[in-house]
Design a protein around this ligand. Structure first.
Ligand code: HEM
Length: 418
């Protein structure tokens, strides 16, 4: 980005640091990207969630590594090894609680981050690759969380693993071999637990690598901002440190308050009671429900309970389930509006909020039994989900008249009435 604030090259005074930096310019790199980096001066608190997410990833990795020291990936021992961590291991209750609650906090933050992007048009040019890397991160997060949930080997772990791996059997021709390959056998068993443990340990590091690409792709065009108008000169920006770092740190501290509340006062409240019963392949729980953050997509999967032409209902469910996330990759080309920010798009913003409600409705429906009115509502909400991306956004972005944009960020900030 050309709008450097303090473009002078970093030249450490300390001879040892200078020696090091001349050979590997890590310090110059850090100064350029995390100190001097020009940041729009009008970023609001929705822009602090990137840093909050980085914290969540760090917390999950650190607590996860400690848990792995005491966890035993064997069907006869896994459940009790988690109990052992909670009861006997020093600080184990807090570490296990932080990891379990941390997964929910991570997803809460990622949903805020995604919906921020959806409202402010962060996916639009020139940030399409940044957005698509985000969608890849989201998919990796889903895979990681799903496999992590299987590890304590409770009733919900086992049955969620059975139901979700079963989805793959719907794929024509190769479905059955894929299913066996995923499970490591004909049923969810010890081999499944072992490979899920291995992958659950590996994937967060893959996520960390994709996050680095995500930040790289962010630092090419620089941050977007609530007006959607790109910064024009150095009056529109401030250096990342201290302005953005302090604001991010403040937001992280506030975020840690509910996080700590859950860990210390209600560490199990977000989990399903059935998962405190050891896995039993002979007893199916009355309602198999995923964790709250998967519910909207689970509702979409279940909503397709009818055949569509030659596609049977099971495969149809899988196609809609996968499509509901994959469609995000195409978003930059579905919404063709030249105006980025929803603040200046009167029609778009109404549909944005309807979409938020639709998503929350799907979340509610995913937790309800698939019967009666819930089934009908899930179908309507699923249809609306796809309608939003495939019809509403393309049409609205072509027909709406946006509000006049400020000529610059400074104008937008300074023109606010006293
Ligand atoms: C581990 C998960 C993630 C981390 C650590 C992360 C980190 C960040 C950071 C630090 C920023 C800059 C600050 C900010 O705008 O909040 C950012 C921006 C962005 N992220 Fe993420 N992100 C993650 C997941 C995602 C996902 C899942 C998506 C979308 C599907 C996404 C899309 C974006 C976009 C479009 C921007 C640019 C926003 C703008 O400047 O207008 N990110 N991310």
């Amino acid at each position: 980005m050309a709008l450097t604030h303090n473009s002078e090259k970093y030249d450490p005074k300390n001879p040892a640091l200078k020696w090091f930096n001349d050979r590997l310019p890590l310090l110059s790199f850090g100064k350029e990207h995390f100190v001097d980096f020009p940041t729009p001066k009008n970023l609001n608190y929705w822009w602090t969630f990137g840093m909050i997410l980085a914290l969540c990833l760090g917390v999950q990795i650190v607590t996860g590594i400690i848990l792995a020291m005491h966890f035993t990936p064997h069907v006869d021992l896994a459940f009790n090894s988690v109990e052992h961590i909670r009861r006997d291991v020093n600080w184990g209750r807090i570490i296990q609680g932080t990891h379990a609650v941390g997964a929910s906090m991570f997803f809460f933050a990622v949903y805020v981050h995604i919906f921020r992007g959806l409202f402010y048009g962060s996916y639009k040019a020139p940030r399409e690759v940044l957005w698509m890397l985000g969608v890849i991160i989201f998919l990796l997060m889903m895979a990681t969380a799903f496999m992590g949930y299987v590890l304590p080997w409770g009733q919900m772990s086992f049955w969620a693993a059975t139901v979700i791996t079963n989805i793959f059997a719907a794929i024509p021709l190769v479905g059955e071999p894929i299913l066996q390959w995923l499970r490591g056998g004909f049923a969810v068993d010890n081999a499944t637990l072992n490979r899920f443990f291995s992958l659950h340990y590996l994937l967060p590091f893959v996520i960390a690598a994709v996050v680095m690409l995500h930040i790289w792709a962010l630092h090419i065009p620089g941050n977007g901002n609530p007006t959607g108008v790109e910064p024009k000169d150095s009056h529109d920006t401030v250096p990342f440190t201290p302005y953005a770092t302090i604001k991010d740190l403040f937001a992280v501290s506030v975020f840690l308050i509910p996080f700590a509340w859950f860990v210390f006062f209600a560490p199990d409240i977000l989990g399903h009671p059935d998962n405190y019963i050891m896995a039993n392949s002979q007893v199916t729980p009355p309602h198999i429900v995923p964790e709250w953050y998967f519910l909207p997509f689970y509702a979409i999967l279940r909503a397709i309970d009818f055949n569509i032409l030659f596609i049977d209902s099971k495969l149809g469910g899988v196609i809609f389930f996968a499509g509901s996330i994959l469609i995000l990759f195409f978003l930059p080309w579905l919404d063709v509006s030249k105006v980025r920010s929803g603040s200046f798009r009167p029609m778009f913003r109404i549909f944005f909020w309807v979409f938020v409600l639709d998503f929350l409705l799907l979340m509610y429906l995913g937790a309800q039994p698939a019967e009666g009115i819930y089934v009908t509502l899930a179908k309507v909400a699923t249809a609306y989900y796809f309608l939003h991306f495939l019809v509403i956004l393309p049409v609205v972005s072509r027909i709406e008249t946006p509000k006049p944009l400020p000529t610059s960020i400074s104008e937008a900030v300074l023109a606010k009435p006293a």
